[in-house]
Design a protein around this ligand. Structure first.
Ligand SMILES: Cc1ncc(COP(=O)(O)O)c(C=O)c1O
Length: 408
C-alpha cells in the first residue's frame, strides 16, 4: 500500500476512533502472503499465523477464513483462538514450558511442538489420549542471542536431547510427525536457513527419523525498518534465494509432505500503522520537541531499537528543523525518534508511524493511560473498530478495594 492509500485510511480511522490509534489493513497482509508465493519447493506450504506478533481479532478471523491455522505460545493466546472457533487441528502450540499450563486443556487433535524433555515427560500421556499431532523444536547452531552472540538462547532441544526425545516418544507409543526450528528475528540471508535445515537433516540421520513435515519458523525481515544508529535500512531477504534453499527440503527429507512457515513480522509488520496527534510544541536550542498523545512508552516500544518511516498528515513542506517526537508520559525516554521535520508541524497534525503491524500491540503498555483503539480495514476497505479505547474508569476497574486474601 502506498502513502496516499495509508493517508486516506488514517483520516477515516481517526474519524472513527480518534488518536492515538492503531490501524491494520487486511490488504497489506494479503500482499505479504502473495510475496511469499515466489517461494516454490514442490511441496504444499502451510502458513501458521504467529498470534503473539499481532493479536487482533479480525486478523485471526481472516486467517481462519483462508483455511490457515494459528500458532500460539501461551494459555491466553490458546483461549483466544478457541473463543474464535479454531479447533485443535488448526492450532499449533509452540513455546517453552507448556507443561506449566497445557495440562489444564483437554483439546483433541492439537498440534504441539515439544521444546524440552521435561515437557515430553509431563504431557506424553495427554498427547496420546487426545490424539495430538507432535513435533520437536530443535536448537539449531545459528540460533543466537542477538545482543550477546556468544550465547545461544533457551529454545528447543539439542541434537542429543532430540534423539532421546524420539526414543521416549517411541517407547510411549507416540509417533512424531515433524521437526521445527526458528532461527530468530530479522534473518538476513537465505543461507542461514540452509544451516538450520542441514542441522535437522543430521538429527534425522542420527535418530533414523523420517519426518512428514518440516517447520522453518519465521524470522523474515521487512523493508521500512532500520536499527537505531544504523545508516541504512535492513535489506530485505532475497526471497528467490530463500526459495532455492527451501527447494532442497524434498531432497534432504524425502518423506516430507508439507513445509510449514510461521512468519510474524513479514506477514503483519507492514500491514499496520500507529497514528498519534501532536498536542504541544516546544522550541529549545538543541531541537524542537513535539508532544504527542502516543509514543514509545505506551505504543511503540520497538522505537527503542528500531527506526521506522513516518508520514505527516496533512503533508507539510517548507523549512525543517531537528525535531524530537515525544509521547505523553512522564518518561524522558518516551519518544518515537528524532527527525528533520517541517517547522510548521503544530498541534492537531498527525504523525503516522509505519510498520506498526508487528510487535506493537503485544508490547503496548498501560503506563499512565489505557489501551489504544485498534481499527481494522477489511478487503472491501470497510473500517471496523476491532478494539475500543480503554477509558480512565476501566483503567482502574480491576482494582479490588484491597480485600484481605481469603475473606468472602
Ligand atoms: C517459534 C516462533 N515462530 C514464529 C515467530 C515469529 O517470528 P517473526 O516475527 O520474526 O517472523 C517467533 C518469534 O519469536 C517464534 O518464536
Amino acid at each position: 500500500m502506498d502513502a496516499a492509500e495509508w493517508r486516506d485510511l488514517v483520516r477515516r480511522a481517526v474519524g472513527l476512533a480518534g488518536t492515538p490509534c492503531y490501524l491494520v489493513a487486511e490488504q497489506a497482509i494479503e500482499a505479504s502472503i502473495e510475496e511469499l508465493g515466489v517461494i516454490r519447493t514442490g511441496l504444499p506450504h502451510r502458513h501458521w499465523l504467529s498470534v503473539k506478533t499481532q493479536p487482533v481479532q479480525p486478523l485471526l478471523e481472516a486467517w481462519r477464513r483462508r483455511g490457515f491455522g494459528v500458532e500460539v505460545v501461551s494459555e491466553y493466546e490458546l483461549a483466544a483462538a478457541l473463543r474464535l472457533g479454531f479447533t485443535g487441528e488448526a492450532i499449533l502450540v509452540n513455546g517453552v514450558a507448556k507443561h506449566a499450563w497445557l495440562s489444564r486443556h483437554q483439546i483433541p487433535n492439537l498440534n504441539v511442538h515439544f521444546d524440552s524433555l521435561a515437557e515430553i515427560d509431563a504431557l506424553k500421556d495427554q498427547a496420546r489420549a487426545l490424539n495430538w499431532s507432535l513435533g520437536l523444536r530443535c536448537q539449531v547452531p545459528n540460533q543466537r542471542d542477538l545482543d550477546e552472540p556468544e550465547f545461544q538462547d533457551q529454545f528447543g532441544l539439542t541434537s542429543t536431547e532430540a534423539v532421546r526425545a524420539l526414543m521416549t516418544l517411541g517407547d510411549a507409543g507416540l509417533k512424531l510427525r515433524g521437526l521445527h526450528f526458528h532461527i530468530g528475528t530479522n534473518v538476513q540471508t537465505a543461507d542461514q536457513f540452509q544451516i538450520a535445515l542441514n542441522h535437522l537433516h543430521a538429527v534425522c540421520q542420527d535418530a533414523e527419523f523420517t519426518p512428514e513435515y518440516v517447520d522453518i519458523g519465521g524470522g523474515l525481515p521487512v523493508t521500512g525498518e532500520k536499527p537505531v544508529g544504523a545508516d541504512r535500512a535492513t535489506p530485505p531477504i532475497d526471497l528467490e534465494q530463500l526459495g532455492e534453499v527451501l527447494a532442497t527440503v524434498p531432497r534432504l527429507f524425502p518423506t516430507v509432505r508439507e513445509l510449514w512457515l510461521e512468519n510474524g513480522r513479514f506477514v503483519s509488520a507492514r500491514a499496520g500503522v500507529l497514528v498519534v496527534k501532536v498536542v504541544d510544541r516546544k522550541e529549545r536550542p538543541e531541537c524542537s520537541y513535539l508532544i504527542c498523545d502516543g509514543g514509545r512508552t505506551n505504543h511503540a516500544l520497538v522505537s527503542g531499537w528500531e527506526v521506522h518511516d513516518i508520514l505527516l498528515e496533512p503533508e507539510h513542506d517548507g523549512p525543517t528543523r531537528l525535531t524530537t517526537v515525544c509521547g505523553p508520559t512522564c518518561m524522558a525516554s518516551d519518544r518515537l525518534g528524532r527527525w528533520q521535520l517541517p517547522t510548521t508541524l503544530a498541534p492537531g497534525d498527525l504523525i503516522i508511524w509505519m510498520n506498526a503491524g508487528a510487535y506493537h500491540i503485544p508490547w503496548e503498555t498501560r503506563f499512565s493511560v489505557g489501551l489504544a483503539p485498534v481499527v481494522w480495514c477489511d478487503l472491501t476497505r470497510r473500517l471496523v473498530l476491532a478494539r475500543k479505547r480503554e477509558s480512565p474508569e476501566e483503567w482502574s476497574a480491576s482494582w479490588t478495594n484491597s480485600k484481605p486474601l481469603g475473606s468472602p
